[in-house]
Ligand binder design. Structure first.
Ligand code: ZN
Length: 643
């Protein structure tokens, strides 16, 4: 699972130099850079491990382009050919529109938007394009004809999802055929089932269905060959269990055998000792409308020891938090085991994690491996830090925060408050509480995930403002908590509406939870909306009093879940978390849009250079920053193009 940035992150807006973090800006996207703090201090062996894992990460790039749409690579070649050899006027309106189009295609790893899945509409003229690409043929038709391949992934029920999706995971196969093909493989009594179909394309040839497996010697051979080569080099610098883990991954890429993939995942999830870690493989299934086939991705990283200490302190004190919570004693856990989560520094992003990047990852995805062997949950803190830096002075805070004291607190403590909230939410919140005897946990039905998110958020909000936080050294002052309170309530009551379309209700469960919590507190006077100069602002009149309300609501939401009280859960979400005040919504949209903020962000990677000594042996690895977005795309295309 991937954890994607919430709009709340924009609240940590600090008034200073943000431009140095923004590498490029076009359409609805801004491209940022990130810093790999602590890399220089790694021992040489770990630097070399990062280096070869990073090479493997970039060599997989072409795979995800082809998975997204089978004409993507041909179109990229065509567009790059035009762009880099163009001799005409580069300020010409058609060329400028063409450049924006290409930058969007690079960002999305193809011609469909990475988030909305809709095909990009070119703003340059067909006549101009004919002039620069007279032999484009059917590729021109694909780019310009809106009828062709309009969506990468179509989720609208009622239509054949494969026929109406442009993704390249199936060919000549109907949805019904694919579903029965895989249904026949699954044995319902198997307690440890393989991830059938995860690493292959399903095709129909001469009336017969077969899988083209992604492995060395199979489909994507040339990319996987390079990845395996880099992994074998990386394994030389890994130790013990991690060496074996990388060898299992190599074995899996060579055979395509999904049993080996399971063995790899078990070894990977059980390795919590290695400082350097990685994701590398066919991982997430969001790009397949049937949720079976996985896109290729990679994240190379190492543990941030300082920040991880924070989540360890929280984990170590999990029982104290549980025993002292405002939840009724019969709904608390008598023995609680803190979930171990680590904070990491990303060193390289690849495949489906590049340029658009998650801020957290929780793997592996196979349910039975999670059940029997656990999972690893990571927060990528140098990425959220870069987001914060780039949001400095974007005007958001000035527009939406009324009081000076709140702005100052957010500026000083917003990042720490946000990160600590995430830690408390993930490490403790979700794991806290217990069900009454006879309650199964699925009683909340469609309100289940919003209730669950509210429970975790309330646990975090309650404890972030506890004097125990200061005592444990997690925060220097409760001002950190008040910064988080002010941000959270403003987001829940107002600013998250910037993501909602005019006339729509709130659908997404995290957003429903935030709105429900904030509106419930608002109705009880814990939060106020004040009007000034024709604009509305969210203000907390008394933070201590708000905390009491948070505690009260935590007790109630836990009671709802513990007793399976569907009616109460439904009322809480429906009454406070779904509906949108149309007038306030319009005002938020207008104010938000006037700031010209880009709703989507992604990253360029740093570059790693191997330094050799006189005998040709590696002596050091140096990290180099400063590459532009266009230069990086050009270099990746020419140096790491494999398919
Ligand atoms: Zn959650």
């Amino acid at each position: 699972m991937k954890i994607i940035l919430a709009i709340a992150m924009l609240l940590c807006a600090l008034p200073a130099d943000a431009q140095s973090w923004i590498v490029d800006r076009f359409d609805d996207v801004k491209v940022l850079r990130y810093e790999v703090d602590g890399f220089e201090e790694l021992p040489l062996e770990e630097k070399l491990l990062v280096y070869y894992l990073s090479e493997a990460a970039v060599y997989g790039r072409d795979i995800v382009w082809d998975q997204n749409f089978r004409h993507n690579l041909a179109i990229r070649n065509l567009l790059e050919g035009i762009y880099f050899s163009y001799t005409g006027d580069r300020s010409d309106a058609d060329f400028v529109a063409f450049e924006t189009y290409l930058k969007k295609v690079w960002f999305a790893n193809g011609i469909h938007h990475h988030y909305s899945m809709a095909k990009f509409v070119p703003k340059f003229s067909e006549t101009w394009f004919d002039g620069v690409a007279p032999a484009a043929g059917h590729l021109k038709e694909i780019i310009f004809n809106p009828e062709l391949y309009p969506m990468r992934v179509n989720q609208a029920a009622g239509e054949d999802l494969l026929a109406t999706s442009a993704m390249n995971y199936y060919e000549g196969v109907t949805q019904a055929e694919a579903e029965s093909f895989y249904a026949a493989m699954v044995d319902p009594s198997d307690k440890t089932p393989m991830s059938y179909g995860l690493n292959s394309k399903l095709v129909k040839e001469n009336g017969k269905l077969s899988e083209q497996v992604w492995r060395v010697g199979g489909m994507y051979d040339r990319a996987l060959f390079r990845i395996v080569d880099c992994l074998e080099k990386a394994a030389k610098y890994a130790r013990g269990d991690q060496k074996r883990t990388i060898e299992l991954l190599v074995e899996y890429y060579k055979s395509g055998d999904l049993h080996t993939f399971d063995r790899f995942n078990i070894a990977w999830v059980e390795d919590t000792a290695s400082r350097v870690d990685f994701v590398n493989g066919f991982t997430e299934t969001y790009g397949d409308p049937l949720g079976r086939k996985a896109s290729w991705e990679s994240v190379v990283n190492f543990k941030d020891l300082n920040a991880t200490r924070r989540s360890e302190i929280i984990s170590d004190n999990a029982q104290w938090f549980e025993d002292n919570s405002p939840v009724a004693p019969q709904f608390r856990k008598p023995v609680v085991k803190g979930v171990s989560a680590k904070v990491i520094t990303a060193a390289m992003l690849g495949g489906d994690c590049y340029p658009a990047t998650p801020i957290g990852i929780n793997l592996p995805n196979a349910d039975w491996i999670r059940r029997d062997h656990g999972s690893k949950s990571v927060t990528i803190e140098n990425i959220t830090y870069a987001y914060d830096q780039a949001a400095k002075g974007n005007g958001f805070q000035e527009e939406f925060v009324l009081r000076n004291e709140d702005r100052e607190r957010m500026t000083r403590w917003g990042s720490l408050g946000g990160n600590l909230h995430t830690d408390l939410h993930e490490c403790l919140g979700h794991g806290s509480g217990r069900l009454a005897p006879g309650v199964k946990g699925d009683e909340m039905k469609q309100y289940g995930s919003a209730i669950e998110e509210a429970r975790a958020d309330l646990f975090a909000l309650y404890y972030i403002a506890d004097p125990k936080m200061v005592e444990l050294g997690l925060i220097p002052t409760l001002d950190v908590a008040w910064a988080e309170y002010a941000s959270y309530m403003m987001n829940g009551l107002m600013t998250q509406m910037a993501r909602i379309e005019v006339g729509a209700n709130i659908e997404e469960s995290h957003m429903r939870n935030r709105a429900a919590v904030a509106n419930w507190c608002y109705e009880r006077g814990g939060v106020e909306i004040v009007q000034q100069g024709g604009k509305r602002y969210v203000v907390v009149p008394d933070f201590e009093k708000l905390r009491e309300l948070v505690g009260e609501l935590l007790g109630e939401v836990q009671r709802i879940k513990s007793t399976g009280d569907f009616e109460a859960g439904k009322n809480f979400i429906e009454n406070y978390g779904v509906k949108v005040d149309r007038e306030l919504h319009a005002e938020v949209l207008e104010r938000y849009n006037s700031l010209g903020l880009a709703p989507y962000s992604g990253f360029v990677n740093p570059r790693y250079e191997l330094v050799l000594d006189r005998n040709g042996s590696p002596e050091d690895v140096v990290v180099v920053y400063g590459e532009s977005y266009v230069d990086q795309m050009k270099r990746y295309g020419s140096d790491y193009g494999t398919l």
